[in-house]
Ligand binder design. Sequence first.
Ligand SMILES: CC(C)(COP(=O)(O)OP(=O)(O)OC[C@H]1O[C@@H](n2cnc3c(N)ncnc32)[C@H](O)[C@@H]1OP(=O)(O)O)[C@@H](O)C(=O)NCCC(=O)NCCS
Length: 170
Amino acid sequence: MSPAALTTVSQPARVDVCVRLMRAEDLDRVADLYCEAATEDIHDRFFTIGRHIVETHLADLASVDGPRCLVAVGHDDQIVGVVEMASVGDHAEEVALLVASSLHHHGVGTTLLAAAVEDARARGVCLLVAEVLASNHLMLDVFANAGATLARDGGEVTVTLPITQGDVHA
Ligand SMILES: CC(C)(COP(=O)(O)OP(=O)(O)OC[C@H]1O[C@@H](n2cnc3c(N)ncnc32)[C@H](O)[C@@H]1OP(=O)(O)O)[C@@H](O)C(=O)NCCC(=O)NCCS
C-alpha cells in the first residue's frame, strides 16, 4: 500500500529587512517601488484608478513639507517598502504603507508598521490613523494585529491606533 499523501502547507518566508528613515538619495528607489507596484496596489494605496497620482505623490515625498517616511531595505540595498506619516492634528498622524507587490505576505508590512509606531512614539505622537478600503483585508489584518481599532463606514474603514507613551518616571 502506498504511503498516505501528505499535505504540505507552506508558510511565506519572513523577509529580513532593515527599517530606517528615508534619505534624499533613496528617492529614486522609492520612485521605482511606486512605479513597479501592481495597479491594484496603487488603487489600494490611493483609492483611485490609474497611476497618474504616483507622479504627484513622489513630488510630495521629495518636498521638505512631505510626510515623514521610513523605508524597508532588503538585501542588495533594495527598497522593498515604505511607510509614510503625515500630521493630521495635535500629536496625531495619518499613516500609509506600500510594500513591493512581489513581497506581500512576507512580514514587511508588519515590520514597517511596528517601526512606524516606535518612531511615532519617540516623537510624542499619540495616535496613528488611516483610511483603508474595506476590501483591503491584508492591510486591515496588519493594523488589527498591531492592536488598531477598525470602524467600517460603507466601502472604507477608519483605523485608529493609539500609541501609549510608556511608563516614563523621573
Ligand atoms: C497592505 C500591505 C502594506 C501589507 O504588507 P505585507 O508586507 O503584505 O503584510 P505582512 O506580510 O506583514 O502581513 C500580511 C499577512 O501575512 C502574514 N505573514 C507575514 N509573515 C508571515 C509568515 N512568515 N508566515 C505566515 N504568515 C505571515 C501576516 O500575519 C498577515 O496575515 P494575517 O494578518 O492573516 O496574520 C501590502 O499588501 C501593500 O503594500 N498593499 C498595497 C498598498 C496598500 O494597500 N496600502 C495600504 C494603504 S493604507
